[in-house]
Design a protein around this ligand. Structure first.
Ligand code: AMP
Length: 384
């Protein structure tokens, strides 16, 4: 089976690594160079998208900010999974909010802003503080503004206006203003849906972000009610999109309630722990769904966690001496803040996992993993 992945980053690479044993051949379309590459070596295999589409039995994506013409070509081939509509929803916060409302899914109070009048109205209708997020091409905290009080409003509006003038792919820009949610923690649900509508989800993952970027994920002990609430949201969104593949949903947890923050129509960073913590990893399950193979079990084998390596191309080798620890590099060149690799670690129970995380936090340089130690300490406390 041949699969073309739109995007040639680490997610395509990890898909290729995961499904080689199933005889699934992955090629990746690098949107930057307009070529089709081997996702491991990055060697060019075809000159352009048309040949990539011809080569593929199925087409999928590793990111959602894909230009609409590329999506239309892939959709027209009848091979694209999930659909271009599902991918577009993940890449435009306006469509995402419409979807959440349509599915009756709880999310933060918000307003869409395209003009100064909308901006002024949002200041009146929503309570401070606000977070304003670019509707298009925003990810990992980029294209975001935080408005604590009205005194900052004029400056922030000028900034947003300058951002609008930049434009993206000729599409009309906008921002979504959201009330800041006083969440207890951030969790996410990664799950798979096949073409028959069967769904399987992994256990909820507790996530910590540093400067708006995911830094640590822990597959948490299952709180059945919370898991059921998240699964219900997953099922309604996935059904509405007639979704095929892995879909990730990020939530804010307030008490026992989950509010959806955003959805990602693809394998997700908060699901990397499944490479060693689950029966079937998210990368394999995505391709199983896309290629019409039966979904694999999403059961947790052992409590597991993932630590992102951001902006560094080295970590101390001694981390590999910590039991049940694996290291995954993406083969990318170093750039500040860039996702370069991740560390997975497991324990027989959560206490052992917390001990191993503490060992890793002690070994990793504090300057580069600045919030790791306090976060692991708070996780340990949460267990006791
Ligand atoms: P996003 O790009 O929407 O995932 O936002 C990045 C991070 O900013 C999230 O993971 C949260 O930590 C924080 N954030 C985003 N939206 C809100 C909100 N409405 N209330 C509180 N924190 C938020």
């Amino acid at each position: 089976m041949n699969v073309l992945v739109l995007g040639a980053g680490q997610l395509a690479r990890m898909m290729a690594l995961a499904v080689k044993p199933l005889n699934i051949n992955i090629r990746a379309f690098d949107v930057g160079s307009d070529t089709v590459v081997d996702p491991l070596s990055t060697d060019i295999v075809f000159g352009g998208l048309t040949q990539g589409i011809e080569f593929a039995d199925f087409i999928t994506a590793e990111f959602e900010h894909i230009d609409h013409q590329t999506l239309a070509l892939c959709q027209a081939s009848g091979k694209l999974r999930p659909s271009s509509q599902a991918i577009k929803v993940g890449g435009d916060r306006r469509l995402e909010k419409d979807l959440l409302i349509k599915c009756g899914v709880a999310n933060a109070q918000h307003q869409i802003i395209a003009t100064k009048a909308d901006f002024d109205q949002a200041l009146n209708n929503l309570s401070m503080p606000l977070i304003l997020k670019s509707a298009l091409a925003g990810y990992d905290g980029k294209g975001q503004w935080r408005l604590k009080d009205k005194a900052q409003a004029e400056d922030i509006w000028l900034d947003i206006k300058a951002f609008f003038d930049g434009g993206v792919q000729g599409l009309q820009h906008a921002v979504v203003a959201e009330q800041m949610v006083p969440f207890d923690r951030e969790v996410s649900l990664v799950g798979a849906r096949d073409s028959q509508g069967n769904t399987l989800v992994y256990p909820l993952t507790q996530n910590h972000h540093t400067n708006g970027v995911l830094s640590v994920s822990i597959a948490i002990e299952i709180d059945e009610a919370l898991q059921a609430q998240a699964k219900q949201v997953f099922d309604s969104i996935a059904k509405e999109l007639n979704y095929i593949g892995i879909l990730a949903i990020e939530f804010f947890q307030i008490g026992e309630q989950l509010l959806v923050n955003e959805i990602a129509p693809r394998v997700h960073n908060s699901g990397h722990w499944t490479q060693q913590g689950a029966d079937t990893c998210q990368f394999e399950n995505h391709l199983r769904a896309v290629c019409d193979l039966p979904l694999g079990s999403t059961e947790l084998i052992r409590p597991s966690a993932m630590i992102n390596i951001l902006g560094e191309d080295e970590v101390p080798n001694e981390i590999l001496s910590v039991a049940s620890t694996t290291l995954h590099w993406y083969g990318k060149s170093k750039r500040p803040g860039r996702k370069m690799g991740h560390i997975n670690v497991s324990g027989n129970d959560e206490k052992q996992l917390a001990e191993r995380l503490t060992l890793l936090a002690d070994m990793l340089p504090e300057a580069e993993f600045d919030e790791l130690k306090p976060y692991v300490a708070s996780y340990k406390k949460q267990l006791s």
